[in-house]
Design a protein around this ligand. Structure first.
Ligand SMILES: Cc1ncc(COP(=O)(O)O)c(C=O)c1O
Length: 463
């Protein structure tokens, strides 16, 4: 089968990213564009359009309009996912050889750019929930403890990265966290890939958006948490801690010379759609419906986990003795496609389409799953192998480029990794180049592999 044939395959229900639900929630103007003769709209960077870095043209005008609207100094559309813009933001914040403070649940794109640019991560651990295995959102007290533990020895910390909300929708009190960093004159990049729509719904008891919480740099994924096409993203900046020229140079360094006009138009329309009163009220209705789906499933005794993002339905399958991968497999075979299986949980992303039929479908399949699956009592969360504050034994960029050999992970105890180990989704590294595979990390990764096929019998490059 060719890729193109597969792309039109029907599933009973797709609750994965992109959040436009296979076109159902695409902005009307984008649908109109796509209804033109195939490819007609695939234009190069004509002067009237420009690019995200031009001073004139439709893109520049639109970016200016949006940044004025949300009180940002500026914004840039991106067509290489949130990954591409996060990487530009990281190199705008830190020079080679400088440190960045980041949480253990940072996205793999950050690790890759640190390796490429010899930027040194200082990781801080987060609390893990024993019920779900998920990282809990960071609190101000936790961050203050992290700051107390830091030993800079004259090395420059260039900034801080926060991830909020997480993949599942946990969000911290960003304003206080950012304030804590600003008191130390540290700029903050918030990876808000999963929370773009918070910016438009300040009345629905959702987390306060990163931009209104005074973040210096914010990256939103427009395909994960707004109704953009895959790869669309936007970066916002404000405040005085980030040098505008550096930021522009950094975006220039990593962006393609041929950004897709379709994706750029999707960046515009996915944001503009939410600025339209009628559309906004439709989306807000969807968010309220999502809250009601959650309530109804809880009333039916389905073990859901509450997060701050109503569009994520997170099922704690471990409560009924079933791991998230087995549950995912079962739902997939029955046509209900989820986004993120993990050892203890399975996460569905409702997206912005109409999901009224989800409730019955899910409930029926859940009952079947309970009847047909073998239950295991051994699902538990292992203690985190991380210290509160930790840097790799060898600099990440040096380790990445060192001479290495590939060996089975089972033989890697006490060796230094030259590799990133990172199941996707969720794209959170379990091990990065330069880190030692000590016994706690070794056991922890082995334990994850009990359920996750990505981690079975794999090889790793060690130095
Ligand atoms: C927290 C987080 N940040 C960034 C990204 C990267 O987003 P994209 O796939 O748009 O590059 C992801 C993707 O899974 C993510 O989960």
């Amino acid at each position: 089968m060719s890729i193109s044939s597969f792309l039109t395959k029907k599933f009973l229900k797709s609750l994965f990213f992109p959040a436009h639900n296979r076109g159902a929630a695409l902005p009307k103007k984008l649908v109109k564009l796509l209804n033109n003769p195939p490819g007609y709209w695939d234009l190069p960077e004509l002067p009237e359009i420009g690019s995200p870095l031009s001073n004139s043209g439709l893109i520049a005008k639109c970016q200016r309009e949006f940044s004025d609207k949300f009180g940002a100094k500026g914004c840039f559309f991106g067509v290489n996912g949130a990954s591409g813009l996060i990487q530009s933001a990281v190199i705008a914040m830190a020079n080679p050889g400088e440190y960045i403070l980041m949480p253990r649940n940072v996205h793999i794109s950050v690790i890759k750019i640190c390796a490429l640019q010899n930027i040194k991560p200082i990781f801080f651990d987060l609390e893990i929930s024993t019920e779900t295995g998920h990282y809990k959102p960071i609190t101000k007290i936790w961050l203050e403890n992290v700051f107390k533990k830091l030993n800079f020895d004259g090395n420059k910390i260039a900034g801080v990265i926060l991830v909020s909300p997480s993949y599942h929708g946990y969000a911290g009190d960003l304003e206080h966290l950012i304030d804590c960093c600003h008191q130390k004159n540290l700029p903050v990049l918030v990876d808000e890939a999963h929370g773009s729509y918070f910016l438009f719904c300040q009345n629905l008891n959702l987390p306060k958006p990163a931009l209104s919480s005074n973040a210096d740099l914010v990256v939103n994924s427009l395909h994960k948490s707004l109704n953009g096409l895959t790869q669309t993203a936007v970066l916002w900046y404000k405040g005085n801690l980030i040098n505008e020229g550096n930021l522009i140079n950094s975006i220039n360094l990593l962006q393609t010379t041929s950004p897709s006009s379709l994706l750029l138009s999707s960046c515009e329309e996915s944001i503009r759609d939410w600025l339209d009163k009628k559309c906004l009220s439709k989306y807000q209705k969807r968010i309220l419906e999502a809250k009601s789906i959650y309530k109804k499933l809880i009333q039916k005794n389905i073990p859901l986990i509450k997060t701050q993002d109503p569009l994520k339905i997170v099922v704690n399958t471990s409560k009924v003795g079933i791991d998230g991968f087995t549950a995912d497999n079962f739902f997939y075979r029955n046509g209900l496609i989820a986004e993120l299986p993990e050892m203890m949980t399975l996460t569905f992303c409702l997206g912005f389409g109409d999901q009224k039929d989800f409730l019955n479908l899910f409930e029926n399949l859940w009952k079947k799953l309970l009847l047909n699956s073998k239950k295991s009592k051994s699902l538990e969360v292992l203690k985190s192998p991380f210290k509160l504050v930790q840097v790799p034994e060898i600099e990440i960029g040096i380790a990445w480029r060192s001479e290495s050999r590939s060996i089975p992970f089972s033989q890697s105890l006490n060796k230094i990794s030259g590799d990133i180990i990172c199941p996707y989704p969720p794209g959170i590294p379990l091990l990065v180049p330069g880190e030692k595979i000590d016994i706690d990390r070794f056991n922890w990764i082995n334990y994850q592999s009990l359920c996750n096929k990505d981690l079975v019998n794999f090889n790793i490059r060690v130095i």
